[in-house]
Design a protein around this ligand. Structure first.
Ligand code: SAM
Length: 490
């Protein structure tokens, strides 16, 4: 059978999509190649969020195509994911060596389309059409790496953490963002379906699950989502927050009136019931989606770890309004306060865009001051990149690249300085980690993650994988903590 190499650009959602495609191909008998240089099939799973990400993938494909044309003409080349979706046929017109262009609602067809191309039945395939129900097709996992699961049933899985895709698409229409075009309208899977996938993962040794979606807090808000999980005989399962008759438990909002829990919180509660699951994370939420029920969930659900990624994008109300974000700086700060009240040790990370059209020095200073005020544990910084067909791309007063770069640099210094202080504060503290496996930088050491999502490197061994360990932090590096092996609880 052929071998496949998948290179992924962009976010965790893309990582998860690549894993699901790889798992489908492995189940069909493919092997996973260690690099594109030796693979029979090379797929690039692309990102469109910034122009840079698109250019990187196109450049990579140009290099691969040049090599393949000269040395290995039978290799099949494909683009999949966000850029494949937004550019479609245009990619093959530009790069005629490419055989397959697979959109974001078509990942589950990868194996069939590759069969058709490899067997010579079809020459080129471009499929970027919408497909109802595709949100529920990202379900296969690759917990056992390159080895098909049925080949070695007794081996512990290589992964103790897993991503589970709960929804696809985005309806937010932030003025800078191309995602609603590349991922389509919001579509959510049913709770029972998601819980069953999580249960399956836990039965295979997974201890931590991250629920994924473009805007997870919008889970279940649109369309006909079946919310309450059902037991084998069809009865409603008594997950907290869901009554036996299938009606939703009313929750009291902080204003005192009765309110239904949001579908996302209902999902968290249902996943929380899974025995053997130790930790739940989710990404990426929208600050608007943090209602009182979600804050309450942090206080009530111990498996929901004290970590939140809250993309703020800017500290200036004027810019937030132009971005169409739907919250103000004050509301965002209020949210942080509530979260810290519910979980004082919560780790908070964010996304920030610098140089949005018309951003002034004063707007930028407000972003700097917000970073100081919140004291983010870390932040992903993005220089604004105009995306085609987005309202912001046509806005007046585009900020010159040089200024975007300078602001990015200044903000990075601030984020690093705050991060250093926050990481240093862990030194001498005892903290729980979930051991994930060998450290990527130094495989002789092991790595784990704190509940607040900080990486801890320590001297351990393979038998620690999957364990929850208390370690004492001895040193803090740049966004990494180091634990003392002498005080690992064995
Ligand atoms: N859930 C997130 C939110 O609340 O907006 C969206 C995740 S988005 C795929 C990842 C990040 O990419 C965004 O948070 C934003 O900071 C950044 N981003 C999106 N469009 C961008 C653009 N045109 N230029 C620069 N950064 C962008």
């Amino acid at each position: 059978m052929p071998s496949v190499f998948i290179k992924t650009y962009g976010c965790q959602m893309n990582e998860r999509d690549s894993e699901a495609v790889a798992a489908q191909l492995v189940a069909k008998g493919y092997t996973l190649a260690p690099s594109e240089a030796v693979a029979d099939v090379v797929l690039l799973n692309t990102c469109s969020v910034r122009d840079f990400a698109e250019r990187k993938a196109i450049g990579k494909m140009q290099n691969i195509a040049a090599d393949v044309r000269k040395n290995r003409p039978n290799v099949v080349l494909g683009f999949m994911g966000c850029m494949a979706q937004s550019r479609g046929q245009e990619l093959i017109d530009k790069l005629p060596d490419v055989d397959l262009v697979l959109g974001t609602q078509k990942f589950h067809h990868a194996a069939d389309y590759l069969d058709e191309i490899l067997s010579g039945h079809r020459d080129k395939i471009v499929d970027v059409a919408a497909e109802p129900g595709s949100e529920a097709t990202i379900r296969e996992h690759l917990l056992y790496g390159n080895v098909a699961r049925n080949g070695d049933g007794h081996r512990p899985p290589l992964q103790v953490t897993a991503y589970v895709s709960i929804m696809q698409g985005c309806n937010q229409r932030c003025t800078f963002c191309i995602v609603p075009d590349t991922r389509g309208e919001e579509r959510s899977r049913g709770i029972a379906d998601i819980v069953s996938e999580c249960r399956q993962l836990v039965s295979q040794g997974v201890k931590e699950i991250t629920l994924l979606g473009q805007i997870v807090t919008s889970y279940g808000k649109r369309g006909n989502v079946s919310l309450a999980p059902r037991g084998t005989s069809g009865e409603r399962v008594g997950a907290r927050g869901i009554l036996e008759n299938g009606l939703l438990t009313p929750a009291l909002s902080s204003f005192g009136e009765e309110r239904e829990k949001t579908p996302f919180v209902q999902l968290l509660e249902a996943v929380h019931e899974i025995e053997g699951l130790e930790r739940i994370r989710f990404t990426s939420p929208h600050p608007k989606g943090y209602g009182d029920d979600l804050i309450e969930a942090y206080a009530q659900l111990p498996k929901l770890v004290e970590s939140a990624h809250l993309p703020v994008q800017s500290g200036s109300d004027r810019v937030l309004k132009l971005m169409h974000r739907g919250y103000t700086r004050e509301r965002f700060l209020g949210l942080i306060k509530k979260l810290r009240r519910a979980r004082p040790d919560i780790g908070i990370t964010t996304d920030i865009i610098v140089g949005f059209p018309s951003e002034t020095e004063d707007d930028f200073e407000q972003t700097l001051s917000l970073a100081h005020e919140v004291e983010f544990d870390n932040a992903y910084l993005f220089k604004y990149s105009p995306r085609r067909d987005t309202p912001a791309a046509g806005m007046p007063d585009q900020v010159p690249l040089k200024i975007r770069e300078q602001r990015n640099h200044r903000l990075l210094e601030t984020i690093n300085e705050i991060g250093k202080r926050k990481y240093d504060a862990f030194v001498g503290r005892r903290t729980q980690i979930l051991v994930e496996g060998p450290s990527r930088k130094n495989p002789a050491r092991m790595t784990g993650r704190t509940r607040c999502n900080k990486i801890v490197v320590f001297d351990g061994s393979a038998r620690h994988r999957g364990q929850l360990l208390d370690v004492k932090i001895t040193r803090a590096g740049s966004f990494t903590l180091y634990g003392d092996p002498a005080i690992v609880n064995l």
